[in-house]
Design a protein around this ligand. Structure first.
Ligand SMILES: NC(=O)c1ccc[n+]([C@@H]2O[C@H](COP(=O)([O-])OP(=O)(O)OC[C@H]3O[C@@H](n4cnc5c(N)ncnc54)[C@H](O)[C@@H]3O)[C@@H](O)[C@H]2O)c1
Length: 323
């Protein structure tokens, strides 16, 4: 993607895996290839570095990249702890460098369309959100399914709702590899009473990325990759005041189903394009740093609940506390 983005030139490839490096070097013959990240840090002509390595190497590589004066893009999540994420953000700000994290779904046209629908209040008051992000594999040996898949849902919900939940609760199982959770169910409670329930797993018969938003006026289904990525259902239940004590009147409303036209742009190209624009003009999109940090805080809170018998954890405290 970098090689195809306007205003950027792919000048280095780095991977400690020599086979992978050789494959990429054949494909992008104009770039220099190395197994040592230090070669990139030492190149005075290099403006920016993109890091797409395993999660727990993000902090060290990003810190060295910033220390070398390079604008830095780090794949999601920004770091392996909120403390590390805070250090990186502070370092980038102090040195006037762009630090961006690869929350690719923020550039996904359907995700952006849902945000506009919510801003227009089309769904009414949001009552609950439920999401499934499941497929078979790829099992990671060093991080749980939470560190792998939850950053997507956490960043999408943060973008849509603009706030953190007041409490996070998670349960799950480590089925294929002992100690590495490959299925997790996360429930988040927001100040407004909104509930969000997220299912994520590497053990599922087929790939599903589906989020349902239930509002007081309408309901919306967002299914990533589906031909109609967004469907808005004019459906709901109306509770009429009972005329006599103990008599409940419910009526169900079933109206039209609408699927808005969605732009087909490639999210990764939009994201990398935005990074390059930020490097040229200075500073990532407003609020980006806070979102990246909040995503790590949410993973930490969910992980703490997951390994602590499903206790409710407050992610907004300086360090997550059990509530
Ligand atoms: N935004 C997205 O949609 C998305 C999707 C998939 C993965 N990711 C993220 O991308 C990152 C990588 O995931 P992946 O699935 O590609 O992993 P991967 O293990 O397939 O690839 C990581 C590569 O990094 C190399 N590497 C490790 N340490 C290195 C070092 N110190 N210097 C140079 N190279 C090093 C490895 O040899 C390997 O080739 C993760 O942070 C993951 O969360 C993001």
């Amino acid at each position: 993607v970098i090689a195809e983005v306007d205003d950027a030139c792919l000048s280095w490839l780095c991977d400690t895996d020599t086979d992978r490096l050789a494959r990429m070097a054949r494909r992008y013959a104009g770039a220099q290839a190395t197994t040592r990240a230090e070669d990139l840090f030492a190149d005075p002509d290099l403006d920016a570095i993109l890091i797409a390595t395993p999660v727990f190497s993000h902090f060290s590589l990003a810190q060295q990249s910033l220390q070398a004066g390079k604008h830095t893009f780090v794949e999601k999540p920004l770091a392996g702890s909120s403390q590390e994420a805070e250090l990186l953000l502070a370092q980038a700000e102090a040195d006037g460098l762009v630090l961006m994290c690869g929350h690719t779904f923020l550039y996904s046209p359907p995700v952006r369309t849902v945000k506009q629908i919510l801003e227009r209040g089309e769904l009414g008051d949001l009552q609950f959100i439920s999401s499934s992000r499941v497929n078979l594999g790829l099992h990671q040996s060093d991080v749980s399914v939470l560190w792998d898949l939850a950053p997507h849902d956490f960043s999408i919900l943060h973008h849509w709702l603009g706030e953190l939940p007041v409490a996070v609760r998670a349960s799950g199982r480590d089925i294929a590899i002992p100690g590495i959770h490959d299925v997790a169910f996360v429930t988040m409670r927001y100040g407004s009473g909104l509930l969000a329930n997220l299912e994520m797993s590497w053990l599922a018969p087929s790939k599903l990325r589906r989020t349902v938003l239930v509002g007081s006026e309408k309901m919306l289904v967002y299914e990533d990759g589906a031909p109609e990525a967004i469907r808005i259902y004019d459906k709901g239940v109306v509770h009429d005041d009972p005329e006599t004590f103990g008599e409940y009147q419910l009526s169900y409303r079933t109206g039209d189903v609408i699927s808005p036209r969605i732009d087909s742009s490639e999210p990764l190209a939009l994201e990398i394009g935005d990074f390059v624009r930020s490097v040229r003009s200075g500073g990532p999109p407003a609020g980006h740093g806070e979102l990246c940090l909040d995503v790590v805080r949410l993973i930490e809170a969910a992980e703490e609940s997951l390994t602590g018998d499903g206790a409710e954890i407050c992610p907004t405290a300086d360090s997550p506390v059990v509530v």
